[in-house]
Design a binder for this molecule. Structure first.
Ligand code: FES
Length: 103
């Protein structure tokens, strides 16, 4: 695993779903309360891209746009069916104003 540069910290607006592709990985990033959450972007139930989902900033969840499973961004766990498998999470950090992702 290695740290990969995503974008400038200031480019990631709080409360927006942000997509980042790296090799074969499709990643979802969200900045909430000055913390950056990163997970796989494709729903674990079927093929839906969570960047088109609905973010709940207060609950720190994203809702799949296809069958409405709600995923907790802090632990990746779905809170309702039909999704049963958690999203894979990625560690993030900010260095010299750049967001880095451990992939
Ligand atoms: S594809 Fe996301 S809940 Fe079905």
């Amino acid at each position: 695993m290695s740290w990969v540069k995503v974008c400038k910290d200031e480019s990631l607006k709080p409360g927006e779903l942000f997509e980042f592709d790296y090799q074969d990985k499709k990643i979802l990033l969200v900045k909430l309360d000055n913390k950056i959450y990163a997970s796989d972007r494709i729903c674990t139930h079927a093929y839906a891209d969570l960047v088109s989902g609905i973010l709940n900033e207060k609950e720190k969840t994203v809702t799949c746009p296809l069958h409405m499973s709600v995923f907790n961004l802090e632990n990746g766990i779905p809170q309702n069916l039909p999704a049963e498998e958690p999203l894979k999470l990625y560690e993030t950090k900010i260095s010299d104003g750049e967001i880095l992702l451990l992939i």
